[in-house]
Design a protein around this ligand. Structure first.
Ligand code: DQA
Length: 149
């Protein structure tokens, strides 16, 4: 194992920096910083070292993924609204050279119809939604199963 754990990325897309101010009904009350802190702890408990990144800019997201490709063992990704239509995000994630799990705080199946579509689902190793922050723990468990010890 790499010192500090196996390197993984935790990637967030647009508007997720506004957690804590977005609808608590869908997204809960944690801020992104609090969520990331929790995710880093859960990752560490599973022998993983999580590096967190969020951006509201598509190009920045793509370039970040290009930059980490080949140097992480896996990723947990919440692309926000890009999930539903942004094919360039899918293409970039395919370049990651590592499995990733899609995660959403809210129950995207029970909301507006456009949120049911995911352009990354079939290239993801798994997907978790509707479980709030705990869904990230489930996503890490799925990722751990896929990448092994
Ligand atoms: C989200 C769901 C998306 O539909 C939405 O656009 C988001 C957050 C979630 O975590 O529930 O920004 O990905």
């Amino acid at each position: 194992m790499t010192e500090g754990g196996r390197p993984i990325a935790v990637l967030h897309g647009p508007n997720l920096n506004m957690l804590g101010r977005r609808s608590s009904e869908h997204y809960g009350t944690l801020t992104l910083a609090e969520l990331e802190e929790q995710v880093r702890r859960w990752a560490a408990e599973r022998g993983m070292l999580a590096s967190c990144f969020q951006t509201n800019h598509e190009g920045e997201f793509l370039e970040h993924v290009h930059g980490i490709a080949g140097s992480v063992d896996g990723a947990v990704v919440n692309p926000g609204a890009w999930t539903h239509y942004q094919w360039s995000i899918r293409d970039a994630l395919e370049l990651l050279e590592a499995p990733f799990v899609e995660v959403h705080l809210s129950d995207i199946e029970a909301r507006e119809p456009h949120r049911r579509a995911s352009v990354i689902r079939d290239v993801a190793a798994g997907a978790v939604w509707g479980k709030g922050p705990e869904g990230y723990r489930d996503a890490l468990d799925l990722l751990a199963e896929v990448i092994g010890p």
